[in-house]
Design a protein around this ligand. Structure first.
Ligand code: 5GP
Length: 187
């Protein structure tokens, strides 16, 4: 497959540079997939992806999982066209699956303040799953203000705005195969 992975990219008039390469991302996602496969052997987990941002991570992650599993999605409101969180969570789409008694794995693209994942964990727990685990590709550790349970973390990153591999800037850039930061920012 001819992946879209330039060294620099312009998005909404701003220049971004590579922060995590395609190889780094795939290698880590493969490791997490293997770990989940052994942790959930004989449990037929159901992955719940948080749209829109987690769709690429989840589709890669699931292909590294080699045990029976299912998938469903929910959708939260995004950053809008901004680079900072509005501090509000609104649910735009609910899951269709019945998760009572199931082993649920909630899949996020990124945990920033922790507000979204805290909201979702509390909500999903009310449906009484057999277990509830969380996976995030990225975690901005310094910015997390809420008490969140993160069971599988791809990369712990600095407090920088990131783009690509499902993550957008005003809806653009999700198709980039790598993760980018603003050209002026350093890690
Ligand atoms: P939190 O609720 O943890 O503050 O934010 C989580 C959500 O904010 C993520 O699912 C993602 O949609 C968005 N988000 C947080 N940081 C970034 C970022 O650096 N880039 C992009 N594109 N979205 C982000």
């Amino acid at each position: 497959m001819n992946l879209y992975k330039p060294e620099y990219v312009h998005c909404n008039g701003e220049r971004f540079k590579v922060y995590l390469t395609d190889e780094e991302i795939q290698s880590r996602v493969r490791q997490i997939g293997k770990k989940i496969s052994s942790d959930f052997l004989d449990k037929k987990p159901i992955f719940i992806g948080v749209l829109n941002g987690a769709f690429i991570f989840l589709s890669d992650l699931m292909r590294y999982v080699d045990i029976p599993c299912e998938v469903d999605f929910l959708k939260l409101s995004s950053y809008g066209d901004d680079k900072v969180s509005s501090g509000e969570v609104t649910e735009l789409k609910q899951i269709d699956a019945e998760i009572r008694g199931r082993h649920v794995i909630l899949v996020e693209d990124i945990v920033d303040t922790g507000l979204s994942i805290k909201f979702l964990v509390e909500k999903l727990k009310r449906s009484e799953p057999a277990s509830l685990s969380t996976v995030t590709l990225l975690h901005k550790t310094e910015k997390t203000q809420h008490d969140v349970q993160l069971d599988y973390v791809g990369f712990r990153i600095a407090s920088l705005f990131v783009l690509g591999y499902g993550l957008d800037y005003a809806q653009e850039g999700r198709n980039l195969a790598q993760i980018y930061i603003l050209d002026g920012d350093s890690d």
